[in-house]
Design a protein around this ligand. Sequence first.
Ligand code: AMP
Ligand code: ZN
Length: 138
Amino acid sequence: MKDNNCIFCKIAAGEIPSKTVYEDEMFRVILDLGAASEGHALILPKEHYANLMELDEKTAAAVLPLAGKISKAMMKGLNCDGLNLVQNNGEEAGQTVMHFHLHMIPRYKGGAEVIEWKPGNPKAEEMEATAEKIKAAL
Ligand code: AMP
Ligand code: ZN
């Protein structure tokens, strides 16, 4: 299904031009207009899924092999030193376009910091309670 109001649906369908690096029947991979580093790309499914929770299993199963393929091409073609995969779900998590996408961000020695968080120090009993909450919801 497509969403007529979704910019990534239109880009994935080729209705809005993009710098495409890969395309097949399920996905289009484009360069991010606000690239965090040289080669920052987005894997877009051609069908509309708002986020990871809505993604269908077939698409989900195909995303990581494709990310692996693009990663190898980035390492070879861009000569990057590593890369981060980032996938935001929900506004609070930084998602600004509500069409599932996987960021692929090449990293270069001495390059800008891209992903940072301050490590916390949860107590063992807090971790136990947290784990129980997730397990109970599975
Ligand atoms: P997120 O914050 O995870 O939703 O990421 C959305 C990303 O889409 C941002 O990194 C934007 O720079 C990028 N973006 C938004 N519009 C376009 C566009 N038309 N073409 C390419 N990248 C885009
Ligand atoms: Zn969409």
